[in-house]
Design a protein around this ligand. Structure first.
Ligand SMILES: Cc1cc2nc3c(=O)[nH]c(=O)nc-3n(C[C@H](O)[C@H](O)[C@H](O)COP(=O)(O)OP(=O)(O)OC[C@H]3O[C@@H](n4cnc5c(N)ncnc54)[C@H](O)[C@@H]3O)c2cc1C
Ligand code: SF4
Length: 813
C-alpha cells in the first residue's frame, strides 16, 4: 500500500525532495502538497529577473500542473496549514485536514519587518514571493513613481536594481557602513555602491529608519538623521527568520529553526523538515545549495536509505545584470590570517584572498569574478596553496606581465605643462634650470621655486630631474605612507582632493591599496585627511584613531587614565575647582596635577570610572580638554591688562576667544597656542605652534615654535592692529596646516617644508584665500566641534573601553 506523504510548503527545497523521491520510488507515495501561496513550486531565486523584466513568471516555474497530474500529487495551493495533530497524524488548513504517515515541513522563512511607526501602511511590502514581486511591478507602472528599499543586502539590492530597471526612482537605506556587509568587505562594498549609484540608485549607508510616513498609504521614509525620502512603495528587505510557527504549536523541538538531525528528522520520528525553516547543528541556512543536499537526504530517509546531511561552503553572487560580485568562505580579519589583495582602479576590479595556514579560506571579488569558481574549489577542497602563493591572485590562467616605465608619462609631458601649481612653474622652466646646471631637488627649489611651497609636486619635479638627467640623477626613494601603498604622504592627500575620494574604501580602491582595509599607520592618517577635506561627506571613523582618541583620555603607563577638563584660556573658578576636587575624592584619584598648559590633570583614573567622571564634570559645565588629541590642546595666557602692570591688551580674553573658536578641531598633530600680554612673554608664546605677543600697537603673531624634542622659536607670520585680525590669521593658519601638512607633522616641521613665505602669501597677503580658509575651518567646526565627554558619558559606554595594543603614550599637554 502507498504511504501517505504530506508536504507543507511548495518551495525550492520541497520541489527537490519530490523529484528525488519520485525518481527513486515513483509508485510508493501518495503525496499531498500544501502551499500558502496560490501556486506551486517555482524558482524563487529568479524573482529578481522577473522584477527587472528579464524573465516572466512562466519562465521560472519548476513544476507545472502537468507534472503534478502526471505524478498524482494532490495540490492544495492557497491553503496555509494552521495545525498539526501529531497524535492523530493529520495536518489541517482552514479548509480541512489531510492524514499522513510521514510529514515534511518545508515552510521556508518569514521576512522580518522593522516595527517602525507606519510599517503597516499600504505600500509597505517585503520581498519574498511572487505576490511581492507583482506588487513592485504594479507600483512601477505609475509614471515618476519612487521606491525606497530598506536593507542593502542581497535581496534589497536585487529589489532596488529591479525597480530601477522598471523606471522607478530608487533609494536604498542601509543601516551598516557599507552594502552587503555579510558577504563583502568595505572595499568591495564601496565598488558596489559606486556601480549602483552610476545606475542612478541613491545609496544611503549608516541610515536608520525612524518612521514610514503617510496617511492612507506610504508617502515617505524618515531616517534618524532627519533625511526624508519620498516613496510610493517601500520594500523592506532587512532579513528573514525561519518560519516555525506551526512546528512550535505542534511542540516540536525548536531552536532558531526547527531542529533536525543529520537525517533531517525532527524531534518527532514521523516528521521531517527541510530548507530555510530548519536548524541543523545550531546552524541556519539561507542559500539554496545546502537545501539541495538536504533534499537528497530527506528522500533517502523517507526511502529507508542511509544518508546524512553535511553542510558545505556556499558562495554568493548578486543577480544584478552588469554587476560582477563573488564572495565565498570566511574573510573576517583574525589573528594568523593573511590577505592577498589586487586592485585595478581603472577597471574597478578588486580581489581579495584570505589565507590561513597555507589554505585559502575566503575570497571576495568585484568587477572580475571569472576565477570565482576556481577559488571556491580551492576553499572547499582545502588545497595547500603554498606553491602557487605568488601568482594565486591572478587565477588559474596567469600569464605573467610587464611593468610600465614610470618615467614615460613625465618624459612625454610638453614643456609648457605645469608642474608646480603653487608657484606656476612649468616643465620647461625646470628643464632649463637642469640644463643650466641644477642637479638636485634643492637646486630646483632654489632656482625656480618649484616644489618650494606645499611640496605636493616634489615627486613630479624629481621625475623631471630623472627623465632629463638620466643616470646622472639618483632618484631619492619615495617614502611610502606605509606597507599598504607605494604612495607617499604627499601623494595621498593630493589624490584624495583631486579625485574627490570621500571614504576610506574609495581611497583604498582608487589608489590601489595593497591590503584590504589598511593598517594602524595609514588608517589614522586617511581618517584625518578625509575628515579635513570633506567634513560634510565623510563620517569620522573611531576605529581608525589612536587609543587615546578612542577613549577620550590619555592612557598612562600603569593602565589607568588621566582626565583633563578644558579651562578656557587657563581660567577657572571656585565652582569648577570644587567639581574637580569632588571628582578626585569620589573616584579615588591618586594624583591631581597642574599641567604646563595651565589646567588640572586628574591622574590615575580607573577605566570603568571614565564615563562617570565625565558625566560629573560635564554637570559642572566642564568639557574635555582633548589632552590626548591630534587637535587643539590649550591656549595658554598670561593675566594681561586686567591685572598686570605691563599688559598692553586683554591677553586672557583673546586666549579664551581663540580656544572657544578652535577647540574640537582635528589637526595633523597636536596644536598649542599662547597669548602673552606684552613682550615679557609670561605665557611662553614664542615656543608655541601659534604664539601671539600683544604690544602697544597691536598683535605680533608667530608660528611654528616648538618646545619638545626639538626646541624652536616661532617665526613671525605677521603683525596686525586688531584682535579680530589676530584671530582671523590664527584660524586661517591652522586651516592651512590642516589642509597641507602630512599627518603627524607638527606645524614647525610642516613650516620647514613649505617655507614661511608661502604661508604668508596664503594667509597674510591673499585676503580672499584667508577668508576661504576661515570659511572651511568654520564649516568643519559645525560638525566636529563636539564635546566627546557629553557624547560618551553614558554607563553603556563602558563596554567600549577595552584595552588596546597600539598605545600612544604621550604627555597630557
Ligand atoms: C528574491 C529572492 C532572491 C533570492 N536569490 C537567491 C540566490 O541568488 N541564491 C540562493 O541560493 N538563494 C536565493 N534566495 C533564497 C532562496 O530562494 C531560499 O533560500 C529558498 O527559496 C528556500 O527554500 P525553501 O523551500 O526552504 O523555502 P521557500 O522557497 O521560501 O518555500 C517555502 C514555501 O512554504 C510556504 N509556506 C510557509 N508556511 C506555510 C504554511 N503554514 N502552509 C503552507 N505553506 C506554507 C510558503 O508560502 C513558500 O511558498 C533568494 C530569495 C529571494 C526571495
Ligand atoms: S606677559 Fe606681560 S602682560 Fe603678560 S603677565 Fe607677563 S608681564 Fe604681564
Amino acid at each position: 500500500m502507498r504511504k501517505r506523504l504530506v508536504i507543507i510548503g511548495a518551495g525550492m527545497a520541497s520541489g527537490r525532495v519530490i523529484e528525488h523521491l519520485l525518481a527513486q520510488d515513483p509508485d510508493g507515495w501518495d503525496i499531498t502538497l500544501f502551499n500558502a501561496e496560490p501556486r506551486g513550486n517555482y524558482n524563487r531565486i529568479m524573482l529578481s529577473p522577473v522584477l527587472s523584466g528579464e524573465k516572466t513568471y512562466q519562465d521560472i516555474v519548476t513544476h507545472d500542473d502537468d507534472f503534478y497530474t502526471q505524478h498524482n500529487i494532490t495540490c492544495r495551493f492557497g491553503e496555509a496549514v494552521v495545525r498539526i495533530d501529531r497524535v492523530k497524524k493529520v495536518v489541517y488548513s482552514n479548509e480541512g485536514g489531510a492524514p499522513y504517515d510521514k510529514l515534511l515541513i518545508a515552510t521556508g522563512s518569514a521576512p522580518f519587518i522593522i516595527p517602525v511607526p507606519g510599517h503597516e501602511l499600504p505600500g509597505v511590502i517585503t520581498y519574498r514571493d511572487m505576490a511581492d514581486t507583482q506588487a513592485m511591478i504594479d507600483a512601477s507602472a505609475k509614471p515618476g513613481a519612487k521606491a525606497v528599499v530598506i536593507g542593502g543586502g542581497l535581496l534589497g539590492l536585487e529589489a532596488a536594481a529591479g525597480l530601477k530597471a522598471r523606471g522607478m526612482e530608487v533609494a536604498v537605506i542601509h543601516l551598516m557602513g557599507y552594502l552587503m556587509e555579510r558577504q563583502l568587505d568595505p572595499a568591495a562594498g564601496y565598488l558596489l555602491q559606486k556601480d549602483l549609484e552610476a545606475r542612478g540608485i541613491t545609496v544611503h549607508c549608516k541610515g536608520a529608519t525612524k518612521a514610514i510616513l503617510g496617511t492612507d498609504r506610504v508617502e515617505a521614509v524618515l531616517l534618524d538623521d532627519g533625511t526624508v525620502y519620498g516613496a510610493d512603495q517601500v520594500c523592506m528587505a532587512v532579513g528573514i527568520r525561519p518560519e516555525t510557527r506551526i512546528a512550535t504549536d505542534a511542540a516540536l523541538e525548536i531552536g532558531r529553526g526547527i531542529t533536525v538531525n543529520d537525517q533531517m528528522v525532527t524531534s518527532d520520528p514521523d516528521i521531517l523538515a527541510v530548507g530555510e525553516c530548519v536548524e541543523h547543528n545550531a546552524q541556519l541556512f539561507g542559500l539554496v545549495a545546502p537545501f539541495y543536499d538536504q533534499a537528497k537526504v530527506v528522500a533517502a530517509t523517507l526511502l529507508g536509505n542511509d544518508a546524512a546531511f553535511q553542510p558545505v561552503q556556499t558562495a554568493t553572487k548578486l543577480k544584478v545584470t552588469g554587476v560582477d560580485l563573488f564572495s565565498a568562505g570566511d574573510f573576517a580579519d583574525s589573528e594568523g590570517r593573511e590577505d592577498i589583495v589586487f586592485r585595478d582602479p581603472a577597471r574597478g576590479v578588486y580581489k581579495r584572498l584570505v589565507i590561513e595556514e597555507d589554505r585559502l579560506i575566503g575570497a571576495v571579488m568585484y568587477g572580475d569574478t571569472a576565477d570565482g569558481s576556481w577559488f571556491f574549489g580551492l576553499i572547499k577542497d582545502g588545497t595547500n596553496i603554498s606553491d602557487m602563493r605568488d601568482t594565486l591572485i591572478f587565477g588559474p590562467a596567469y600569464q605573467g606581465g610587464t611593468q610600465a616605465d614610470p618615467l614615460a608619462a613625465v618624459a612625454a609631458l610638453p614643456l609648457d605643462a605645469e608642474i608646480c601649481g603653487c608657484n606656476g612653474i612649468c616643465k620647461g622652466t625646470i628643464v632649463s634650470a637642469i640644463e643650466g646646471g641644477a642637479a638636485s631637488l634643492a637646486d630646483i627649489k632654489a632656482q625656480t621655486k618649484a616644489s618650494a611651497s606645499c611640496g605636493t609636486c616634489t615627486g613630479l619635479v624629481e621625475q623631471v630631474l630623472a627623465s632629463t638627467l638620466g643616470d646622472a640623477f639618483k632618484m631619492p626613494a619615495a617614502q611610502p605612507m606605509c606597507g599598504c601603498t607605494e604612495l607617499t604622504h604627499e601623494d595621498v592627500p593630493r589624490l584624495i582632493k583631486a579625485r574627490e575620494l570621500k571614504s576610506m574604501p574609495a581611497v583604498m580602491q582608487e589608489l590601489g591599496w595593497k591590503t584590504s582595509c589598511g593598517c594602524h599607520v595609514c588608517r589614522p592618517a586617511l581618517n584625518f585627511y578625509l575628515l579635513a577635506d570633506w567634513p560634510e561627506d565623510y563620517t569620522d571613523d573611531a576605529q581608525s584613531r589612536f587609543v587615546n582618541e578612542r577613549n577620550h583620555a590619555n592612557i598612562q603607563k600603569d593602565g589607568t587614565y588621566s582626565v583633563v577638563p578644558r579651562m578656557w584660556g587657563g581660567m577657572t573658578n571656585p565652582r569648577e575647582l570644587r567639581a574637580i576636587a569632588d571628582a578626585a575624592d569620589k573616584y579615588d584619584i591618586p594624583a591631581v596635577k597642574v599641567t604646563g598648559g595651565q589646567r588640572i590633570d586628574l591622574l590615575g583614573v580607573q577605566k570603568e570610572h571614565l564615563p562617570h567622571i565625565w558625566a560629573d564634570l560635564n554637570a559642572a559645565g566642564l568639557v574635555s580638554g582633548h589632552a590626548y588629541s591630534k587637535g587643539l590642546r590649550t591656549v595658554k595666557t598670561c593675566v594681561g591688562t586686567d591685572f598686570c602692570r605691563f599688559g598692553t591688551q586683554d591677553s586672557t580674553g583673546l586666549g579664551i576667544k581663540l580656544e572657544k573658536r578652535l577647540w574640537g578641531s582635528w589637526t595633523p598633530h597636536k596644536v598649542k597656542l599662547a597669548v602673552s600680554g606684552c613682550p615679557r612673554n609670561c605665557a611662553e608664546s614664542t615656543c608655541k605652534d601659534v604664539g601671539i605677543i600683544c604690544v602697544d600697537s597691536g598683535y605680533e603673531i608667530g608660528v611654528g615654535g616648538a618646545a619638545g624634542m626639538d626646541l624652536k622659536e616661532t617665526e613671525r607670520l605677521a603683525k596686525v592692529a586688531t584682535e579680530q585680525e589676530a584671530i582671523d590669521l590664527t584660524v586661517a593658519f591652522v586651516q592651512l596646516y590642516r589642509e597641507h601638512a602630512k599627518y603627524l607633522d607638527r606645524p614647525y616641521k610642516w613650516l620647514a617644508k613649505v617655507g614661511l613665505e608661502w604661508v604668508q602669501a596664503q594667509v597674510v597677503e591673499d585676503l580672499d584665500n584667508r577668508a576661504a580658509l576661515i570659511k572651511r575651518f568654520d564649516l568643519s567646526q559645525t560638525i566636529y566641534q563636539r564635546d566627546p565627554w557629553a557624547d560618551r558619558a553614558t554607563p553603556q559606554a563602558q563596554a567600549d573601553f577595552a584595552p588596546l595594543a597600539d598605545l600612544t603614550r604621550e604627555a597630557a599637554e
